[in-house]
Design a protein around this ligand. Structure first.
Ligand SMILES: [Zn+2]
Length: 106
């Protein structure tokens, strides 16, 4: 399963590659955590570690990502790239797309 699972491609836009990279980093971090010697007898080893890490990150990702995506969505609604009827950002008042909208266009 990928980081973008459960999110339609149109919703991820240019954010998709960043989400995929974050997912890969999360799986690597989880794999290292499961192998951590500090876990003592609970430490996991073997090829199943990556599978378990992938499952853990996949199941947790929507809960971790949703607050961030909700905030990005709120900012996008406040600063639409297309602007208002006059071509201006309804929040900033400058020409659309405003600096905030451009910052969201990774
Ligand atoms: Zn704006």
């Amino acid at each position: 399963m990928t980081a973008a699972a459960g999110v339609a491609p149109a919703q991820t836009g240019l954010l998709g590659p960043a989400l995929e990279a974050a997912h890969r980093s999360g799986v690597q971090a989880a794999s290292c955590g499961l192998r951590d010697a500090g876990l003592g007898a609970l430490r996991l080893t073997g090829p199943g570690v990556v599978v378990l890490a992938e499952a853990a990150v996949t199941s947790a990702t929507p809960f971790l990502r949703s607050p961030l995506l909700a905030r990005i969505s709120a900012v996008t609604r406040l600063h639409p790239s297309w602007g208002d009827a006059n071509g201006c950002c309804p929040t900033c008042g400058g020409s659309a797309p405003c600096a905030t909208s451009r910052a969201l266009g990774w």
